[in-house]
Every structure is written in C-alpha cells, then in structure tokens.
Design a protein around this ligand. Structure first.
Ligand SMILES: [Zn+2]
Length: 393
C-alpha cells in the first residue's frame, strides 16, 4: 500500500486543484482520495511525501506504433510518464505479445491498447505493408477518429484539388498540405463548417502536432522546446538506447540538409502553414471539438514517450490551456476509448497510474517533463532508473 501525501492534485477531470489530498494506492488501484489533514494513512503503507509537488494521472499517447521487437522500448514510455498507449496499426500478434510481456511484469511498460491493422482501399504504400491490409470501402464502419491533420485536406483551394487523393502516399499527402495550408484563412466559413461537421459526427481530432513541427523546426523556427528530439541540444540523447539515439541524429541531419535547399519563399510559406496548423487545432478546441494528444512515435525521429511532452506544449501553443492539454492526454482519451472508469483520472477505483511532478504543469506545461516518480499499475518507478535499465539492457 502507498500513500501520497500533500501534493497539489491535478486529477485529470479538468477541475482546478483543490486542497492537498492524501491519495492511497492499494495494489494496482487508487482506493481513496481524501483531504491530507483528515485522512489517516493506513498502518504499513509506504508514505511518499509530496508536499510542494504535483500529482497528475499517467499520460495517454493516442497514436503510437508498436513496431518490430528491436524498435519497441516500453520503458521509454514509462520514463516519460506515459502509462497508456493506443497502437494504431500494428501486427496484432506482435502487439498482443508485447502487451502480454508488460502485463506479466517481465518488462515495465505502459498499458497497451490497439486497433488492429490500417485499412487501405487503394494501392498499399509499401512502407506500411507490414501493418496494413486491403479492404472494401463499402464496409467502412461509421465510427472513426481523425488522425493527423489530413482532414483539413478538404479545405484545399481550387487549383490544389486532387483528382485522386488515394494515389498519394502519406508523405506525399503531407507535402501537398504544406503547399497551400499557409494560404488558408483559419477563421473562414469553410473552416467553421468543417469544425461543425466533425463535432456533429462526434469526431475527435488527434493532430500529432509533433509530427508536423519537424518541418519548421528544421529551418530553425521555434516549434516549442525541441531539446527532446533535437540531437544538438537534447540532454536525453545519452540516455536513449543507442539505436534510438542514432536514428534521431540521422533523421535530424537529413531534415536540416533538406531545409538548407529550401528557397526563402518556400520557408515563408512553411512558416505561414505552421501558424495556420496551430490556429486550426486551437480553433477546433474553441469551437467545442475534442482534441486528443498523440504523437505517431516512433515515426521519423519521434521519441517514444518523451515526444508527448512536446505535443502538450504544442497544444498549448495552439491555444489550449495547460489544463486542457493535460485533459487531452488523460480524461479525454479514456472517455474516447470507453475506459473512463478505468484510467485517465485520479479517483477511487481507477488504475493507480500517477505522475509525481517537481513543478506545476498548470503554471508552465513544460513542467510535465519534471517527473520524479511514475506509478504504473501501482508500481513506483524512477524515470532515471528506467532509462538506465534500457541502456544497459
Ligand atoms: Zn501513425
């Protein structure tokens, strides 16, 4: 049994923190959340003094890919405070296997939820062949969740319309968006109608901003605290598994190389597009839409776990409050996945998935990085030790 005493509680619901509580964890569940001054700590409980610290639910990354075994580092997620991930398109057998490993306790890792393979109506992009299958579009289920920003493709101005969008692979489609997004008016009626349509259909938006930030980042634009994935400045690099670190360095030098060749007008267009991307995501939230936090790790140098911190920072840049950004990575994903009684908030009966932070993420969302302890399924981890284990293991 564990008792966390006296932290400021940011419980994931979105309500402002109240008086300091004592949170009791028994096994893998939170069993009680009461005022510290009136709650008796059960005898035998391990007390974690948490005064001047901040307690949040474990974070959820709504867009990850569990790839081949040599690219699967469950400890990275936990070290970054990500206690639940949603895999969007992996080999079911592999993903189920990883989940079994984590559930057995053989390796520390996040709770793994998955959707199964990606469905492709047209020709499959070869790079995705490992986790993609052809399907008949007439059997598409009604309930979908919008990933990335591709949904904004329907706002393309005349002259940019695509005769056959399905013919573009995902990277070409992204490149096409960048060509005209800068010319869009994010407050136009067309944008408003798109928001309304998405909201009426109950569609959530998981923009994976961290994926788009790489382009302006490569031309030197300020795209949030890039220290986590910029090998020139990250303190994380020496702590990462060597293969992950190497990929990061290689990818960033490729990007910088590509950016060096860009003309001034092209850079200007990219900056305007990036401003509009942020404006579109912020506008969707303000219109009443459901924004979720996801990263698409370990895609193109997006470090598992840690990239979610920057995603939250970018959501705040897009106009969400720090509290809304935290809710986008806690309660909302749980609700979206039909698991609101299981995780995503701190309350009696919920999973004991908790982060103890040294500084207030509501004052500055970047404080979400200042993780002292990660509690996952009731087990207490120190981020530094998890990373150490990954490097030496
Ligand atoms: Zn993805």
């Amino acid at each position: 049994m564990i008792a966390l005493v006296g932290a400021t509680l940011i419980d994931g619901t979105g309500r402002p923190p109240g008086e300091a509580p004592t949170v009791i964890v028994d096994g893998n569940r939170v069993t009680s959340v009461g005022l510290a001054r009136t709650t008796t700590v059960p005898p035998g409980a391990t007390v974690i003094p948490a005064r001047d610290k901040f307690l949040t639910p474990g974070l959820v990354d709504m867009h990850v890919h569990v790839h081949t075994p040599d690219r699967w580092h469950p400890e990275l997620f936990l070290a970054a405070g990500v206690t639940t991930v949603l895999d969007l398109g992996g080999q079911l057998r592999d993903v189920a296997g990883y989940r079994a490993v984590v559930e057995s306790g053989a390796r520390p890792g996040p709770r793994i939820l998955f959707t199964g393979p990606m469905l492709e109506e047209g020709e499959m992009y070869p790079g995705f062949a490992g986790f993609c299958r052809r399907f008949d579009a007439t059997r598409t289920e009604a309930e979908v969740e919008v990933e990335h920003l591709n949904v904004f493709g329907q706002l393309a101005p005349e002259g940019f319309w695509l005769a056959e969008p399905a013919k573009l692979n995902p990277f070409e489609y992204g490149g096409w968006l960048w060509r005209w997004l800068g010319d869009l008016d994010p407050s136009s009626d067309a944008v408003r109608r798109l928001y309304d349509g998405l909201i009426d259909a109950g569609t959530a938006l998981d923009p994976t901003l961290v994926l788009y930030a790489a382009r302006p980042g490569a031309i030197g634009d300020d795209v949030g605290d890039a220290s986590m994935d910029d090998p020139e400045s990250t303190r994380l690099l020496p702590l990462l598994p060597p293969r992950v670190a190497k990929e990061l360095v290689t990818r960033w030098s490729e990007r910088r190389g590509a950016a060096r060749g860009a003309s001034e007008p092209a850079k200007h267009r990219m900056r305007r597009a990036w401003d509009n991307i942020l404006a579109l995501v912020g506008g969707f939230q303000r219109a009443g839409g459901m924004v979720l936090a996801g990263t698409d790790c370990p895609n193109v140098a997006i470090v598992s776990g840690f990239s979610l911190h920057r995603e939250l920072e970018l959501l705040v840049r897009a106009g969400l409050s720090p509290m809304e950004a935290i809710v986008a990575a806690t309660r909302r994903p749980a609700e979206r996945l039909g698991k609101r009684d299981v995780f995503g908030t701190i309350a009696p009966g919920r999973a004991a998935d908790l982060l103890l932070l040294a500084a207030d993420p509501l004052a500055d969302i970047r404080n979400i990085r200042r993780i002292e302890r990660v509690i996952a399924g009731g087990i207490v981890h120190e981020p530094g030790k998890l990373l150490e284990g990954l490097r030496s293991g």
